[in-house]
Design a protein around this ligand. Structure first.
Ligand SMILES: Nc1ncnc2c1ncn2[C@@H]1O[C@H](COP(=O)(O)OP(=O)(O)OP(=O)(O)O)[C@@H](O)[C@H]1O
Ligand SMILES: O=P(O)(O)OC[C@H]1O[C@](O)(CO)[C@@H](O)[C@@H]1O
Ligand SMILES: [Mg+2]
Length: 329
């Protein structure tokens, strides 16, 4: 976790995996904190694809002006098949050496961290991870960068759908992102007062779903809203609709897939602050000689977690919140 090298002079920074609001704020913090510490920075475009294919650009404090409020990532993001291979990672390591880069900061999700860990092990490269994914599926931090923004974007959309559901007395099945995790689905369902939430973390019993919806509709509810994580056992909102629509024909069911609107947009204040803290912390821990770690915030304090731990298991959803959603619906 800790190396002898404290004399970090040049670092590389990249964004990888699905983009998330706040990635730009993290890049900005990395660049500005580096400048304060006399560390030069290369930005690497298109994530690991650009690392392999030599897309390096020199950055300074001016290159990150006026980006803290912007969604997406000025460095672009990508998923790279070649980085899964040893030969791909070797090319990446050769490029880092070519530019005299002592350490790499990767901003992304669990997949990005897994790749960084391999690169570090195979080629003795110092790496630090900054958790940024709307999925919020990384242990070692209470929240990942982008989660709060995605949550609020999804909630805003769901509130609007509720108006229409209410006006037309319809049933809406709203699909939110989360291939393997139900954080967005669970928290938006609580915050929107949804009738049901279907999460990848729980088995979905269609008979039980129908029973619960019938039960609630009997209690003078004329409209209903079901939030479905895309990775729910049924396979998302469209598949769920196929399975239950005949039982609720009188509610003129509609499906709405929120999709990539959840990944874009201006980051919330909370994400900007989190990204700023983590970007600066990543530079600090590198200067202190740490490697193969990620930085996170737990109980409002900075926390360093070995990458191998961060990628060793899935972050667990809070079952107390699942129970709360059931009590309050
Ligand atoms: N097991 C692995 N070995 C080597 N590289 C990997 C591995 N897993 C992922 N990567 C690299 O990291 C990239 C991003 O990973 P992935 O697509 O899983 O996104 P992520 O970082 O988990 O973010 P998100 O889940 O938010 O989209 C992959 O395209 C690949 O280049
Ligand atoms: O943009 P893509 O490549 O379709 O990826 C979608 C996936 O990315 C995420 O938004 C973030 O991992 C998931 O929730 C979703 O399943
Ligand atoms: Mg991931």
């Amino acid at each position: 976790m800790s190396t002898d090298i404290v004399n970090v002079k040049t670092i590389g920074v990249l964004t990888s995996g699905g983009d998330s609001p706040g990635m730009n704020a993290a890049i900005r913090a990395v660049v500005r904190a580096s400048a304060q510490n006399d560390v030069s920075v290369y930005g690497i475009k298109h994530g690991y694809y650009g690392l392999i294919n030599d897309e390096f650009i020199k950055m300074d404090t001016h290159s990150v002006s006026n980006i803290i409020q912007r969604g997406g990532t000025i460095l672009k993001s990508a998923r790279s098949d070649e980085f899964y291979t040893e030969s791909g990672r070797k090319k990446a390591a050769e490029n880092l050496e070519k530019y005299g880069i002592d350490a790499l900061i990767v901003i992304g999700g669990d997949g990005t961290f897994t790749g960084a860990n391999k690169l570090s092990k195979e080629h003795n490269i110092n790496v630090v991870g900054i958790p940024a994914t709307i999925d919020n599926d990384i242990i070692g931090t209470d929240e990942t960068i982008g989660y709060d923004s995605a949550l609020n974007t999804a909630l805003d959309a769901i509130d609007k759908i509720r108006d229409t559901a209410d006006a037309h007395e319809r049933m809406f099945l709203v699909e939110v992102m989360g291939r393997d995790t139900g954080f967005i689905a669970l928290e938006t369902s609580i915050a929107s007062g949804a009738e049901l939430a279907l999460l990848p973390e729980e088995l979905t019993n269609i008979k039980e779903v129908k029973r619960q919806l019938h039960e609630m509709l009997k209690q003078q509810r004329r409209s209903s809203l079901v939030v479905v994580a895309e990775g729910d056992e049924t396979g998302g909102a469209v598949k769920l609709a196929e399975k239950i629509k005949d039982d609720f024909a009188q509610y003129d069911m509609r499906v709405c897939i929120l999709g990539h609107i959840q990944r874009g947009g201006s980051p919330t204040a909370r994400d900007r602050v989190l990204a700023s803290r983590l970007g600066a912390a990543a530079v600090k821990v590198l200067k202190e000689g740490h490697s193969e770690v990620m930085v996170g915030v737990v109980n409002n304090a900075l926390k360093i977690t070995p990458l191998r731990v961060a990628i060793s298991k899935k972050k667990e959803i809070d079952h107390r919140l699942i129970d709360l959603a059931k009590v309050l619906r």
